[in-house]
Design a protein. Structure first.
Length: 230
């Protein structure tokens, strides 16, 4: 099958799955940003996207996209290393015009996935799954009162500040991953002529910034609040 057996097909699948995940991040970031302006609005969103059937279907779809994207990334990396053979051990300088993140996309991806596990524990495990299991995994928090949980997680003295720093590290890695990933995906699907080459690099920067900024604003907002409480 072309999408599985050819290098171009695998890159195409990786590009489409990556772009789909970017669209989710844009939506999810806007949703999270609501907590800074209105706790009631955020809790309403939590109720709409809790254990409802459409939210569960969306969660399964996202899990599938992450699995496909990461699996193809690992496979393509192994394939590229095998193709280079012993040349990969040669000591060479930085290639002209090659950005740092383009040579470290797998490493950035592993960092993103690693922190994603923490994020899933903090929010999916203790919110959506807690609602599905009628509070069994929620701890002391009401799964539908997400705002109180977010505030407590990020403002509790010491542990809250540690979480904020960890999330900011994650968001930095995510930004670099997205900046190159969006450009690479658009390049793969055909926007690779001389006119659009520089434009899609700019688009990559803009999209990465728009995807990461809402999350960073929330973290920085509560980091400041937590520090003020010390």
């Amino acid at each position: 099958m072309w999408l599985k057996d050819s290098s171009i097909g695998r890159k195409f699948v990786m590009s489409i799955s990556g772009l789909a995940l970017v669209f989710f991040l844009l939506f999810h970031g806007c949703m999270n940003l609501a907590v800074v302006f209105s706790e009631e609005a955020y809790n309403t969103i939590c109720r709409l996207l809790g254990a409802n059937w459409y939210a569960l279907v969306g969660t399964l779809g996202l899990a599938f996209l992450v699995l496909v994207h990461f699996s193809y990334a690992i496979y393509l990396t192994i394939q590229n290393r095998a193709a280079r053979g012993n040349d990969r051990y040669a000591v060479t300088g930085k290639k002209e015009g090659v950005e740092w993140e383009s040579e470290n996309m797998l490493v950035l991806g592993i960092i993103v996935i690693g922190f994603l596990v923490l994020h899933l524990y903090n929010f999916w495990f203790r919110m959506q799954l807690a609602e599905i299991t009628h509070g069994a995994t929620a701890g002391a928090f009401d799964p539908q009162d997400g705002a109180s949980y977010v505030i407590a997680l990020f403002t509790t003295p010491v542990s809250g500040q540690i979480y904020c720093v960890l999330y900011l590290i994650w968001l930095c890695a995510l930004w670099f991953h997205l900046r190159h990933g969006v450009w690479s995906a658009l390049h793969t699907i055909g926007w690779n002529n001389l006119v659009w080459m520089k434009r899609i690099k700019v688009i990559g920067v803009i999209v990465a910034s728009l995807a990461v900024a809402p999350f960073a604003i929330v973290v920085l907002y509560y980091l400041g609040m937590g520090i003020a409480m010390l």
